[in-house]
Design a protein around this ligand. Structure first.
Ligand code: DGL
Length: 263
């Protein structure tokens, strides 16, 4: 097959950029549309019914407008809830982003793992199921962070974020004792935006698990038979509000796009 592969990436905001960046590395020849649903951000504060009611029709509109070959849901808060609804409603292949509990528990030496996500993601039955199926004898601590995604958005927009604000969100991940936490799953795509700060503020060294490379591999596999026939147009960045990124944000976005420009 030769036609430029088209990939749609959706998140509530800027967190999906951490997934997007890896997909662009895996398929630099694809055409991209990145959609940040800023109208509804933060998803972690909405009920399950509200999220399903928002995302299913939104994805339908985005598929109609952009005709992607694959749609990546770069958000745990959405993916732990909506993937079955999306697959039932649309024929486009979907790739979701869910907490990387299986690899985290497989590699933990102390057998004490924390899952840091939005309040919605840690409440989900889907997440409980991953723990039941894949904890492999580990003690798993679920930590619902109320504000960390918003802090990551603010940081990327150039605002100064205090150490105390970040520390307050991540502190419950660190369980001390004879077996102390050695692995933290970043179960929200916004958190790798703050990875340097998370590493610096951790009370002891842990492995921070980011699922983005695995999601990029899965997306590239789905696209393996589609080869680009001509160079892609610049990636599009869309806020559902219709807002344009500020000049500060535009500068911050450039490295994530890995392409010379975005529209
Ligand atoms: N980036 C999203 C996630 O992975 C959530 C942020 C939000 O609450 O909107 O869970």
């Amino acid at each position: 097959m030769t036609s430029t592969p088209t990939i749609l990436v959706l998140d509530s905001g800027l967190g999906g950029l951490t997934v997007f960046r890896e997909i662009v590395r895996a398929r630099p020849d694809a055409a991209y549309t990145y959609v940040a649903d800023d109208v509804f951000f933060p998803y972690g504060h909405h009920s399950e019914e509200e999220i399903i009611g928002r995302v299913v029709p939104l994805i339908g509109e985005l598929i109609a407008a952009h005709t992607p070959d694959v749609a990546v849901i770069a958000c745990n808060t959405i993916s732990t809830l909506v993937m079955a609804h999306l697959r039932a409603a649309y024929t486009v292949p979907f790739v979701g982003t869910v907490p990387a509990i299986k690899p985290a528990c497989a590699s933990s030496r102390t057998k004490r793992v924390s899952v840091l996500g939005t309040k919605g993601t840690v409440r989900r039955e889907y997440t409980q199921g991953l723990i039941r199926d894949f904890a492999q004898g580990c003690d798993v601590t679920l930590v619902g962070a109320a504000n960390l995604a918003s802090l990551a958005e603010a940081a990327l927009n150039g605002e100064a974020i205090s150490d105390a604000a970040i520390t307050a969100e991540i502190a419950p991940c660190f369980v001390d004792g004879p077996a102390r936490t050695d692995t933290v799953v970043m179960a929200c795509t916004h958190y790798p935006l703050l990875l340097d700060r998370l590493v610096a503020l951790a009370p002891w060294e842990v492995t921070w698990i980011d699922p983005a490379p695995a999601i990029a591999r899965r997306t590239a596999d789905l696209m393996s038979k589609v080869s680009a026939s001509h160079p892609p147009a610049p990636a599009q960045f869309i806020y559902t509000s219709g807002a344009a990124p500020s000049p500060t944000l535009a500068r911050a976005l450039a490295p994530y796009f890995g392409q010379p420009a975005f529209a």
